[in-house]
Every structure is written in C-alpha cells, then in structure tokens.
Design a protein around this ligand. Structure first.
Ligand code: SF4
Length: 438
C-alpha cells in the first residue's frame, strides 16, 4: 500500500473508552502515513469501533456493515475493519455474516493493528480476537485540546447480571501508577487543562496491582501535577466508594465537585437481581456523605428500567427514591437483553411497550428535576472551561462548569481551552446560558 495515500475514516460507537480507543487507532494510522477523511467515498480504510452494551448499538453496526457490501463491490481495495466490543463478542460470526469485512479486531488486539493492516490485504475476513492481553496504548492524536482521556483500568470483575462488559473487555486490569502519571504529566505539558480518568469500574482501581494502590491515592498523586486544573473520572461503582474517596474528592483542589455514580435501580429487590452488591440505603449513605462534605456537589447517574422481574411496585419505589435524591443529570435506558449474560435466562422479561412506558415516565420526571436544579443556578458566577464554538451559534462558545453543567455564552474561538468566569443567566433541562465576566 502506498502509505502516503492512506486515507482513513473511523466511526466510533458507545462509551468514552471507545472514544479513547479511536484516538489510539487514529494515532496508529497517522504513524503509518495516514490522514483522516470525512466520507466513505474518500477512505482507503474504514474502521467501525463498535459497542455492544445495548442491542440498538449492535443493530446500528449491522445495518452499516450490510450497506458496505455495495461499497466493497465498487471499491474492492477499501479495507473494512470492525474493532471494539461487538468484534470481541461476535468474532467469527461477524466474518461469516459479512464476508466483505477484511478484519475483525478484538478489544485485546489493538496493538497488532499496524502489522495486520500490512498483512491481511486480499486475504478475506481475518479474525483476531484474543480473550486477554490488552495493552494500555497512549495515543499521539487527541480529539480536542482541552480535555483528554486517560484509561487507568480496563475490564471488570463485577458481573452485573445485565452487563456484557466483563465478557468483551475481560477481567479488571489496572494500569501501573507510574504509567498514568507519565501520561498525565505529558498532557499537562501539552496544555490540556482537564484529565478524564476512565475505567469500566474506575474506583476498583489497583486491587490487582502489587501493593494494591487505592484509587484515592492515585487521585492525590495526579492532583499534585502542575498544570492539571481539573480531574474527572467515570464510572465509579457504589460498592467501592469508601469515606477516603469522598474525602479525596472534597479536599483535592483539581478533582471536580461532580460525581457520576451509577445507581441502575432504586429498588433493593431489583438491585439484588442485578447483582449490584449494594442496597439503596448504602447508596444513599454515600450521597449524603458527598453532599455533607462537598457543598454544591453535582450528582449524575445511570438508570435502567424494565429489568426482568421488575414489578410496577418496584418501578414506582425506584421512581420515588430517584425523586428523593434529585440527580442533576441521569442517563436513562430501558433494559436491553444481551445474549450470554445471567439476566438473559431470568424469568419475567417485560414487553417492550411496558419498558418504554416506564422509561418515558422516568425521563419526564428527571427532566423536571434537571431543569429545576439548573434554574437554581441562575445568578451564580462560576468557572467555565471553554470547550468549543457553539454548533448552533458561531457567535457563542460552549463551556463546562466544574459541576459538569454545559453553559453557552457569547465568545469566540480564541477562548477555547481557557478557564473563564461566567455569570449564569438562564437554566434549561440541558444546561444554562450565561455571560462572561470581563
Ligand atoms: S460494574 Fe459496570 S462494567 Fe462491571 S459488570 Fe457492572 S455494569 Fe458492567
């Protein structure tokens, strides 16, 4: 292949970990003389970096792969690569169903990509999906200039009954502290104001490392790096959220006053069915501790409705609990069946219309809460990190408060990457508008 003509297009589905992996893939391809393009027509290589957490994510990729049959007929030299969690889950099944794919690349095989691109051309679908051995790779290409992801662990040992992650990302594998610090120092030197720590279960960090460094100890070390103004992390598990971690969030200046703590269900019976390993009372204790120690802390969560066996009473009990907590933001989903998980075989799977009815009711309630809490911010002056020019209005920029609220205000491109003070003017469900203080 003529390396100077290697044009690639990466389509990323799913979570932040996939966005990070796409940065790694882009870096690998750039090192091979590649350049990103925006359309399939221009591309020599198309990479679908896939997600399989919900069935809708699978279906999106299947639909696109079906369409690529025609593209491959027209452009037989165009290489089609399927990477990520769906590749790890479906393996040879993907290659059989879509023989026009060139490579199925599992989540543990990313580092093999450069040599595979050289070797597999014209060899039909090649499947490379090891069950372990993932490496932490640092991308040289970063999307954006203000905030950068650092994965601190991959995989998960929790086996929540609905979740496919432990099967496609493997068991918990923590990254050595030194490696993380080196990456953070490098990012700070490059001018990134914010680092975003990633892990499927971020606060279980270190259990598998020699000496078992704890997550809050890692936060202390990262906080000491000069130039890092903000540290965020996702997603922590409530079962590993001790007072030491609450204290670290409260006391370390760069750790943002904003915690995303997946609740998943507000009924103890459903939490047990989900194998979440905490009760709503234990969850509430963490929330109360956070609110007591960190004035103005913002809380967000993930919620699933319509889990197998969830009764109307369970749902209403959960709704009441969620109403009582008042999350600033929630990511809400109807349960999606994943083959191979424990929940697949559970009795009491609900009809789609029942699940969707509950989801809409939850969304309506949460939207009211988010709007109310954003309106309560009106009049305050807060620090915003400017991220981008507004997509809807080029005369405005979009920034984020330390509590992760999105704020739109008048400003220009040269503000991107800067911390500015903004007076919050009007709250909405999605965030706020504001005015920059000069
Ligand atoms: S803790 Fe998160 S990633 Fe791990 S099994 Fe549960 S839902 Fe999946």
């Amino acid at each position: 292949m003529n390396r100077t003509e290697l044009k690639y297009r990466i389509l990323t589905y799913g979570c932040q970990m996939n966005e990070y992996d796409s940065e790694v893939i882009a870096s690998v391809l750039d090192n091979m003389g590649g350049a990103p393009v925006e359309t399939d027509d221009e591309a020599d290589i198309i990479i679908l970096n896939t997600c399989c957490v919900r069935k809708t994510a699978d279906n999106k990729v299947y639909g696109r792969l079906g369409q690529y049959k025609q593209l491959k007929d027209q452009k037989p030299d165009c290489m089609i690569i399927v990477a990520g969690c769906l590749a790890q889950k479906d393996k040879e099944g993907l290659a059989k169903k879509y023989p026009h794919i060139d490579l199925v690349l599992g989540t543990h095989n990313l580092r093999e990509l450069p040599q595979l691109i050289e070797e597999i051309r014209g060899k039909g679908p090649v499947v490379r999906t090891d069950d372990q051995g993932a490496a932490f790779l640092s991308p040289s290409v970063r999307k954006g200039t203000t905030s950068a992801y650092i994965p601190i662990s991959i995989g998960c040992d929790c086996f929540c009954t609905y979740c496919i992650v432990p099967y496609v990302r493997g068991r918990l594998q923590s990254r050595p502290v030194e490696e993380i610090l080196i990456e953070a120092e490098k990012l700070a030197a490059q001018g990134f104001m914010e680092i975003f720590l990633l892990g499927q279960n971020v606060n279980s960090y270190g259990f598998d490392l020699p000496g078992q460094p704890r997550f809050w100890e890692l936060l202390e070390k990262l906080d000491a790096i000069k130039g890092v103004s903000r540290i965020r992390f996702t997603s922590p598990h409530p079962k590993d959220f001790p007072p030491e971690l609450v204290k670290a969030v409260a006391e370390l200046p760069s750790v943002c006053e904003c915690i995303h703590l997946p609740l998943q269900a507000g009924s103890n019976r459903v939490l047990k069915l989900m194998n979440r390993r905490y009760t709503r009372e234990q969850y509430l204790d963490i929330i109360e501790d956070l609110r007591a120690r960190i004035p103005g802390v913002a809380l967000s969560t993930d919620l699933i409705v319509g889990f197998p066996g969830e009764t109307e009473e369970d749902f209403e009990e959960g709704l009441e609990f969620i109403r009582k907590i008042e999350f600033d933001q929630a990511f809400m989903f109807a349960y999606s069946l994943r083959d191979g998980t424990a929940a697949e075989k559970m009795p009491g799977h609900l009809e789609q219309d029942v699940k969707m009815g509950r989801l809409y009711k939850l969304i309506d309630m949460q939207n009211d809460i988010s709007r109310k809490l954003n309106i309560a911010q009106e009049g305050k002056t807060v620090e915003c990190l400017v991220e981008a020019v507004s997509k809807k209005d080029p005369g405005k920029v979009t920034g984020r408060t330390r509590t992760n609220r999105v704020v739109n205000f008048a400003g220009s491109e040269d503000l991107i990457g800067k911390l500015v003070n903004v007076k919050l003017i009007k709250g909405f469900t999605w965030g706020l508008t504001g005015e920059m203080c000069i």
